[in-house]
Design a protein around this ligand. Structure first.
Ligand code: HEC
Length: 139
């Protein structure tokens, strides 16, 4: 029982840390997605950095054929620079090494629009976007 209680406490503490891991500028953007997610689903209870990580590394179908995952351009290590298909450098997507990331909603939405279409052939859902931003803001 005692071990179970300790484990529960650790899980709860971990969740709390994950929930506050984003710096304020990124958190402000994430909060806007959270408000939209809550509006669409009153049962929405927060974004998952783990799901964001899984999404980043997932093989997708339905895209344009140019790339079938996010790391094709952003790289497997988000703290390092990525590269477009045409060989142009993309600055790291991880906030710890590139604090300007996810601080401008127009920029965020523009690139989700393009990249989700390329990789999945559709818009990313609000939850997919929020999970991704929550994960990358803690990288
Ligand atoms: C075909 C190459 C490519 C693929 C695949 C790709 N991206 Fe990108 N992404 C870019 C480029 C180019 C930019 C804009 C340049 C920059 O931000 O440095 C960008 C920027 C972004 C931004 C904006 C970041 C900011 O600073 O606001 C987000 C969010 C993003 N990508 C998410 C994703 C997600 C999620 C996936 C997978 C579904 C993905 N990308 C797959 C090329 C790609």
């Amino acid at each position: 029982m005692r071990i179970a209680a300790i484990l529960t406490a650790i899980v709860i503490a971990g969740t709390a840390i994950a929930a506050v891991a984003a710096p304020p500028a990124q958190q402000a953007i994430i909060d806007q997605f959270a408000a939209a997610a809550k509006k669409a689903d009153p049962g929405f209870s927060g974004f998952s950095p783990d799901a964001g990580k899984t999404f980043f590394f997932a093989e997708q179908t339905g895209g344009t054929g140019e790339a079938s995952n996010c790391y094709a351009c952003h790289g497997k290590d988000p703290k390092k620079a990525g590269e477009t298909r045409a060989g142009q450098t993309i600055d790291p997507i991880a906030v710890s090494v590139n604090p300007k990331r996810f601080t401008d909603m127009a920029m965020v939405e523009k690139w989700f629009g393009r990249n989700c279409d390329t990789v999945l052939g559709r818009e990313c859902t609000v939850v997919e976007k929020g999970n991704f931003l929550t994960f990358m803001s803690a990288q």
